[in-house]
Design a protein around this ligand. Structure first.
Ligand code: ADE
Ligand code: ZN
Length: 347
């Protein structure tokens, strides 16, 4: 694998992560530790057993293990530890802004209170912002394989924590669960001031992206690979500059895009789309955000200029205000200049 000297640049360039599920950051070590503490039975004895089980044929085969693993997370402190471990890792990879999904229904449906989940995550967000200077937003994601009524009840429960949640999302099994199913709850959420995003065009067709835009009125599309199947949609998404949160290692491990050398990030950029690079479920797919950038360098020969565009796209696509975006663009340029200067001095 060749890195063209770009790995240190990827590691040090400031960036935003906009597509990561907090439940998908649960590393096997923490899963086993929390399961044992909470008396939760899992079909694994060792970390090795867990890792060996992580061979996915498709999205559903992954989701089955993702929902199984998260059973080990039970009390407020568990949610805190889970989130804090991700924030620490993200900060160490120079993530300056993280917009993080959580799946309330994956917890409330097994008897955990919404308040336990949100309090643990929020505590961690506050401490991480203090400790690491990382900026954090939480996005509440609805499980699309459950009925809309369940999402609506979740939304109602979330209202008392509105100030801690920046937006709503839509995830889980995409095929057979089109955005239309959630038009009412998204309308309600938007009226309450939540921003909207949705997984679309990951395994589902371009039509699901159309309806995410038209009916759910999303500000970003998560994944969005199948946009490229439809020229009219590609044009609309590029003209409206609706960003895409692409996740290379996820697409590879879920058999959506194989081999990784065919990952369409360059096609997206050439068509005037605004893709970003993200990790999705890093504990399951073999890498956090920097490993995702690095995989693209190794497999597609991504250049320095392209890396900078992608990092800047992540700032543009984030839900921080204009001034913070300007500061982050500046941080990227400064970091880049320093890296290049240092390189010159050494050689
Ligand atoms: N939940 C966690 N990761 C997901 C993904 N890649 N697609 C849909 N739902 C998810
Ligand atoms: Zn996802």
């Amino acid at each position: 694998m060749s890195d063209n000297g770009l790995f240190p640049i990827i590691a040090q360039i400031p960036k935003a992560e906009l597509h990561v599920h907090i439940e998908g950051t649960l590393e096997p070590e923490m899963m086993l530790h929390k399961a044992s503490k909470n008396g939760i039975a899992l079909p694994y004895k060792t970390v090795d057993d867990v890792r060996k089980a992580y061979r996915f044929s498709d999205l559903q085969s992954f989701l089955d293990l993702y929902y199984l693993g998260v059973n080990s997370i039970v009390d407020r402190n568990d949610y805190y530890d889970l989130a804090m471990a991700y924030f620490r890792k993200a900060s160490s990879q120079n993530v300056r802004r993280a917009e993080v999904f959580f799946d309330p229904q994956a917890h409330t449906r097994r008897g955990i209170d919404f308040s336990t989940v949100i309090n643990g995550l929020h505590d961690a967000a506050v401490d991480a912002q203090d400790r690491y200077g990382i900026s954090i937003g939480l996005i509440m994601s609805f499980l699309r394989d459950l009925p809309e009524e369940s999402a609506m009840r979740t939304m109602e429960e979330a209202l008392q924590y509105k100030k801690w949640i920046i937006g709503v999302g839509l995830d889980s099994k995409e095929l057979g669960n089109p955005p239309e199913k959630f038009a009412n709850v998204f309308k309600r959420a938007r009226n309450e001031g939540f921003l909207a995003v949705a997984h679309a065009g990951e395994e589902g067709p371009a039509e699901y992206v159309w309806s995410s835009i038209k009916l759910l009125k999303v500000s970003r599309i998560d994944h969005g690979y199948h946009i490229l199947d439809d020229d009219r949609l590609s044009l609309k998404v590029s003209q409206e500059r609706i960003p895409l949160t692409a996740c290379p290692l996820s697409a590879l491990k879920l058999n959506h895009i194989v081999p990784l050398s065919s990952f369409p990030i360059r096609n997206m950029m050439e068509r005037g789309l605004v893709p970003t690079v993200n990790s999705d479920d890093p504990a399951y797919f073999g890498g956090y955000i920097n490993e995702n950038y690095m995989a693209l360098v190794a497999e597609l020969g991504l250049t320095l200029d392209e890396i900078v565009i992608l990092a800047k796209n992540s700032v543009f696509a984030s839900f921080i205000g204009y001034e913070k975006k300007r500061d982050l663009y500046e941080e990227i340029d400064t970091a880049l200049m320093e890296l290049i200067e240092n390189e010159r001095r050494v050689s």
